[in-house]
Each structure stands twice: as C-alpha cells, then as structure tokens.
Ligand binder design. Structure first.
Ligand SMILES: Nc1ncnc2c1ncn2[C@@H]1O[C@H](COP(=O)(O)OP(=O)(O)OP(=O)(O)O)[C@@H](O)[C@H]1O
Length: 359
C-alpha cells in the first residue's frame, strides 16, 4: 500500500482550456494516507470518475502530478500502477468457480499455489462465501457476484490502493447495508488504502474515516463524517449531507451581527473580517427547536419520518426546517423557533465565515 498524493492537479477534456468552467477538475491538492478508508462524494458530474481515472492511469491529467509514496506515476500505464478496481457491475467469469475467480488476480501474477490457496480462503472467510468456493459463478445472485468482485479487488496484498466505483449500484436496497458494513469490516482487517466513490451520502459516511466532498471539479471539504455534519465549511456540504440538509438562510450582516428576518441571530463565534456578495446563516434542522419564544414562524409542512418529525415553518418568506421528537404542531399553526447558538454559522459567498466557539 502507498500514500497517494495529488499535486496541483487540473484536468480539462478540451485541448485549449481558457476559463475555469473548461476544467472537469479545477485544482486538486490532496493526499490519501496509506491504509486510509476514504470516500469521494459528490453529485453527478462533479468530477469523481475523472479523478478516479487519473489515479488509475486511464487518463493523464492536463496539469499536475500523481505520486505513489515518492514515486511520480503520472505517466505510468494502469497495469504498472498496482491498483485494484471494483466497478458498478460485477466483473467475474461466469464459467469459473468462485475459488478460481478469487484466485485469478494472484495466478495472473504467478503467485505460488500454496499462497493462492491461503489468500483465497482468507478472503472467502472474511466475505462469508467459503461455502460457495466450489460453485460456478454463473449461478450466484447479483449481490454475491458483487461480493466476489470485491474479493478479487482485495485478494492481492501488494497493491497500492483499492478503488470502488459506486459498487452497490446493482445491489438490492435491503442488502446494501450488509455489503456496506462488510466492506467496512474488510478495511479494518486488511488495512488497505481504499477509495470509495459514490454520490450517496449514507454509503460515504458509513464506509469512510475521511470523506472528500467534491462539487463542480473542486474539493469543498475533507473531513470525518462527524466534522462534515457538525461544521460544514461550505454551504454545499451542509446542504448535501444530512436529511434534510442544513437550513441555509439569507441574512444581512451589519456591525458584526447577522440579521435574519429583522432579528439579530447569535452565531457560534465572531464573524471573520472580509466582504462578500452574499451572507447566509447555516443551521441544521437538528439544532432548531420549537420553543415558547424566539423567531415567529408558521408551520407549512410536517413529515413523520419514523423516529422523528420534520417540521417546516415559514419565517417571513424563508422556509426553516426543524427536527423534533415531540408531537408535531399542526399545519398553519404559529410557533417560535430557536437556533442553538453554538451550532449557528455564518457563510459568506458559500464559505464558512464564523470563528468556531473558543477560537
Ligand atoms: N470524455 C469526456 N469528454 C468531455 N467531457 C467530459 C468527459 N468525461 C466527463 N466529462 C465532463 O467532465 C465533468 C466531470 O465528469 P465526471 O464523469 O468526472 O463526473 P462524475 O462526478 O463522475 O459524474 P457521474 O457520477 O455522473 O459519473 C462533467 O462536466 C462531464 O460532462
């Protein structure tokens, strides 16, 4: 396994890019530590596949370098990079047994049969497919086929990184969580560097220790799932992560105070110096409470989502969502909302602009 460094990386599919929008990857400078479990999360078109193809060697970036440890691999072919990839659709040989499928990447590299046997048996044990080793792959269910595909990606112990590209796409929703937790377990046992590409926040947050969130060809935040939830550094992350996402409320800033709907809102800390085109308050629905006093609001929607209710209420012309475990108010009812000051951030032109509490 290796540390992977992307240094000053940019990529455009155009021959003569001139403006930022000509770049599928605008500027990337980041390191994936040896043995880390990473997710690359972002909506369709944000540049995930482009980045994956650059790491695997299918694409040469327009600018910048890729290093595996200290070795510059920018111009090495995929086969020279020692990478394993697991794709959306299972890549296995139907006519071979499960054992032979798992053994394939090892035999391909002339690994001796005793090692093949012990490695395949160990991976099969971790994946809980030992009883299928003698079965032809053709008869397997789609989720078992994808498990074997994952096993093929994980069976070699000499690879630099295992990359999973939306690996649960074809899996039945009720089996997804099983494979997701299996993958997490495998990471803990194998300690391989893994990059999991997805547009699904649940998959990213359950698998990864560090999540890299991308938007429009740029990384907007790298952090643990808790960091992304607790203190998004960009409104995109606040909105994209969470269910429902963070409330992003237009506000005015004057005299170091944020005014929302004519009322001063206490923030987590001081507002950073600077100017911007737009100011917004970010507060998660989990940190908005219905109280006896506070911002006046009128309930516009109530959704019972099982463990709790999501209450949407209009404060002037702006919708604010809150999550409550208590009985929900009625539609049209006048209520008061309070924001937890320690969790209320100011965003300027999308980027966080409050000093964190204690800073
Ligand atoms: N071969 C190509 N030629 C031109 N533009 C491309 C090509 N491949 C991707 N793009 C553009 O580059 C940007 C990033 O695309 P990319 O496929 O990397 O995003 P993604 O996040 O992987 O999306 P998805 O999840 O839909 O695959 C998009 O604007 C896309 O239209």
């Amino acid at each position: 396994m290796a540390k992977i460094t992307l240094s000053n990386l940019r990529h455009s599919y155009y021959p003569n890019p001139s403006k930022p929008d000509d770049y599928a990857l605008k500027h990337l400078d980041l390191s994936w530590e040896d043995g880390g479990a990473y997710a690359l999360l972002g909506p369709s078109g944000c540049g995930k596949s482009t980045l994956l193809n650059i790491i695997s060697g299918l694409l040469v970036p327009s600018e910048g370098k890729i290093l595996f440890d200290d070795k510059d691999v920018t111009h090495l072919k995929p086969a020279e990079r020692n990478i394993a990839q697991v794709f959306q659709f299972p890549v296995i040989y139907d006519t071979m047994t499960v054992f032979d499928n798992l053994a394939f990447p090892l035999r391909n590299r002339q690994v001796d049969e005793a090692t093949v046997k012990s490695r395949v048996e160990a991976i099969a044990d971790m994946l809980e497919v030992t009883d299928m080793l003698g079965t032809k792959a053709a008869g397997l269910s789609p989720d078992n086929k994808q498990k074997i595909s994952m096993g093929r990606g994980l069976v070699r112990d000499d690879i630099n990184v295992v990359m999973f590209d939306e690996p649960l796409t074809v899996i039945d929703p009720h089996l997804k969580w099983k494979l997701r937790s299996k993958l997490k377990e495998l990471h803990q046992e194998l300690k391989a560097t893994m990059i999991y590409v997805t547009h699904d926040q649940t998959e990213a947050l359950t698998f990864a220790d560090q999540v890299v969130v991308m938007q429009e060809g740029e990384v907007v935040q790298i952090g643990t799932p808790v960091e992304l939830f607790e203190r998004p550094t960009h409104t995109f992350v606040g909105h994209f992560i969470g269910s429902p996402g963070m409330n992003i409320l237009p506000c005015e800033v004057s005299g170091g105070k944020a005014m929302f709907n004519g009322q001063s809102i206490t923030l987590e800390g001081e507002i950073e110096a600077g100017e911007g085109k737009s100011n917004e308050i970010g507060i998660r629905p989990e940190h908005v409470t219905i109280a006896d006093n506070g911002l006046e609001a009128v309930v516009s929607k109530v959704s019972d989502v099982g463990r709790h209710n999501v209450v949407e209420a209009m404060v002037g012309g702006t919708k604010v969502a809150s999550i409550t475990e208590e009985s929900a108010p009625n539609l049209g009812e006048s209520i008061h909302l309070q924001f937890d000051p320690a969790k209320t951030r100011l965003y300027r032109d999308g980027w966080i602009a409050t000093k964190s509490a204690g800073a």
